[in-house]
Design a protein around this ligand. Structure first.
Ligand code: HEM
Length: 161
């Protein structure tokens, strides 16, 4: 997987349309490298763009998940979905910023909510015709980073789930 160097790869004010067109340019300039990644195998930038769009809509339409993003504006939320998808697929826009644990610290992402986001992502990939080996690899990456994102223990006062 290509690394994007130190620091957050995308400044927070970077508009999503530029971001997506950057992905498309990267796609045409380095198709061979991308064929080695799940990102490339899935169809590269056009399919990922569609996946981000669907994933974004599903997460924000989910009343249990939308509150996590309530304070963020649309471009931040979309950028999040791009980073999430690209990270789990090994796409060109690798995230070189804060660790996932630091990025999610204090958000209080619960296990069931993490699993819902994962399920929405896997649903989107299935709807877009992703083959089984891609779904399996994404599921195992989602398992691998789960501990960094889900908060333990449940904060006092919230009770057991
Ligand atoms: C594989 C799973 C995930 C990955 C790879 C991922 C990736 C990231 C990254 C890279 C950032 C930092 C963005 C930045 O520094 O600008 C971030 C922030 C964030 N993530 Fe995730 N995320 C995942 C799962 C989740 C889940 C399950 C939730 C909530 C249900 C969530 C909610 C958030 C929120 C609210 C932020 C802060 C956004 C902001 O800057 O305001 N993430 N995530």
């Amino acid at each position: 997987m290509r690394q994007s160097g130190p620091g957050c790869y995308v400044p927070s004010e970077f508009p999503i349309d530029d971001w997506v067109s950057t992905m498309a340019e990267t796609e045409t300039s380095t198709p061979l490298e991308e064929q080695d990644t799940l990102y490339g195998q899935l169809g590269g930038a056009p399919v990922i763009t569609e996946a981000v769009d669907r994933f974004y809509r599903l997460v924000l339409a989910d009343p249990e998940l939308a509150p996590y993003f309530a304070a963020a504006d649309v471009s931040v939320v979309k950028r999040h979905q791009v980073l999430l998808l690209s990270s789990v697929l090994g796409g060109p826009q690798s995230y070189g910023g804060r660790g996932l644990d630091e990025a999610h610290a204090g958000l209080g992402v619960s296990g069931p909510h993490y699993d819902k986001v994962a399920a929405h992502l896997l649903d989107v990939l299935a709807d877009l015709g992703a083959p089984a080996h891609i779904a399996e690899a994404v599921a195992s990456t989602l398992d691998a980073v789960r501990e960094q994102i889900v908060e333990h223990p449940v904060p006092a006062g919230e009770g057991a789930r």
